[in-house]
Design a protein. Structure first.
Length: 469
């Protein structure tokens, strides 16, 4: 704790003074969010590491709540005059001078550390990072004669956070994050294809293992022949089997956002009046989870001082909970779910997902595929567009397979899956027992960016529009 006070050049007494300034106009609540982040990046192209970067970010965000209104200001300096100016600016959202605010007693929030660092990145030599990327590059080019170009990216960051609010809640948290990304260009007979792969964890340099390297190699090796065999299928309305893992991005985008409490509080979400009602099969449980060890979406504690937890949005087919920050929780008269998140100290916290996935069902993926006479199997998504209000979505699918008479047949690529999120959830007929979290470098944009992850077991959706030839 003392290290954090030194980093931000503050004391407990001064934190209380800042809170008093923030509350001086009669606010109902105020909090301070201090952040110091160091990030490193290496890029490899044309067989050599050709870019190395280092960045530091530092500052404090100060928030004041008054009724339904929010005042927010930040400072990139922790000099006394700069922080006090920011606190006073945030205080302006209220207009009733307060003379009765008393400095709160410090209550340190206890939490479980879900991302302990085994090998700190600062102890991992630059030469070792370069060697890891070079060795991976060599092995990728040895995979296939059709390999033309390999681009690699290795990033690591360490973020230290200190939080204090007008209720006296206090915590310090260290948040590591590291990612490896690979993009390969392969070519045959003037046809060019791109195959990408990434992994990201809240971990130290212990993540750079031979197992990770093998996972990259195996994925690229499997995808190269499929890339040249795949074609666009005939489009139409048909059954869609969503493969385990990366298909969870559809769950995140087309359904998860609609469960965020701010959209429901404002009446934007189609689920705003369906709490406690059945919205899909009783086989379905949808979770947003901060407790997965080392996961990209894991949080020991959110950016409002609420310990990370596992929240069932859908339980046995019934809408069980929205995803709440402090503001929405107060509005609905429930406890916050630990979903108050922000991109950095420059941003106000809002309800955001963490690791969003569907829990296992009881059948097998093989049984699901066997049950489909005609349809498509998809498991590799690139991007999509979603209308939060109605839930209509379009997702671009990089690759998958046709399903014909209960068998995966021809590989397919470059198709769109079009539908409605709530309807697609209601149209899930079967859920397999093979849930897998996709540990790719998922980044969610909702006014600001936050690291997330997603997952899903194999599921059968009765019907979606497949855009092909």
């Amino acid at each position: 704790m003392n290290d954090y006070f030194k980093i931000f050049n503050i004391t407990k007494e001064y934190l209380s003074k800042l809170i008093a300034i923030a509350m001086s106009k009669g606010g109902d609540y105020a909090d301070l969010f201090f952040e110091y982040s160091i990030s490193n990046e290496l890029s490899l192209l044309d067989h050599q590491v050709n870019a190395i970067g280092k960045d530091a970010d530092y500052g404090v965000g100060i928030r004041v709540l008054k009724g339904e209104q929010t005042g927010y200001a930040y400072s990139e300096s922790t000099a006394v005059k700069d922080m006090e100016r920011a606190a006073l600016a945030a205080a302006q959202i209220a207009d009733t001078p307060s003379t009765s605010f008393l400095a709160p007693a410090f209550k340190e929030i206890k939490f479980v550390n879900r991302y302990p660092i085994i090998s700190p990145w600062e102890d991992y030599a630059l030469s070792d990072k370069i060697e890891f990327l070079n060795n991976l590059d060599t092995e990728l080019f040895a995979l296939d004669r059709r390999m033309v170009k390999v681009t690699e990216r290795l990033t690591d960051s360490d973020t230290k956070v200190l939080f204090f609010n007008s209720s006296g809640d206090f915590f310090c948290d260290e948040r590591p994050l590291a990612s490896v990304g690979v993009s390969c260009i392969v070519s045959e007979n003037d046809r060019i294809e791109t195959i990408s792969f990434s992994r990201s964890f809240r971990a130290g340099s212990e993540m750079l293992t031979d197992c990770l390297k093998k996972e990259v190699i195996d994925h690229i090796a499997e995808r190269i022949p499929i890339a040249f065999e795949a074609c666009q299928p005939k489009g139409g309305k048909m059954a869609v089997v969503m493969g385990a893992g990366g298909s969870g991005i559809l769950l995140h985008e087309a359904i998860g956002h609609a469960f965020e409490a701010d959209y429901n509080r404002k009446g934007t979400s189609i689920f705003c009046n369906k709490m406690g009602k059945k919205i899909c099969s009783e086989k379905i449980n949808v979770v947003d989870d901060a407790t997965l060890q080392g996961n990209r979406g894991a949080l020991n504690i959110d950016d409002e001082g609420i310990p990370g937890q596992k929240t069932y949005m859908v339980k046995d087919g019934i809408l069980n909970s929205y995803l709440h920050d402090r503001i929405s929780a107060k509005y609905y008269g429930v406890a916050p779910t630990g979903n108050g998140r922000r991109e950095s100290f420059r941003f106000n916290p809002i309800p955001r997902m963490r690791a969003t996935y569907m829990e296992n069902g009881k059948c097998t993926a093989e049984d699901i595929i066997k049950s489909v006479k005609k349809g498509v199997y998809v498991d590799n998504f690139l991007n999509g567009q979603v209308e939060i209000g109605a839930g209509d979505f379009t997702f671009y699918v990089k690759s998958g397979y046709l399903i014909e008479k209960g068998h995966l047949t021809s590989p397919i690529k470059d198709i769109n899956i079009i539908g409605n999120g709530p309807q697609a959830l209601a149209d899930i007929l079967e859920v397999a027992s093979d849930n897998r979290i996709d540990n790719s470098t998922w980044l969610c944009g909702k006014e600001q960016y936050c690291c997330v992850s997603c997952g899903m077991p194999t599921v059968l959706i009765k019907s979606l529009v497949v855009g092909g030839n």
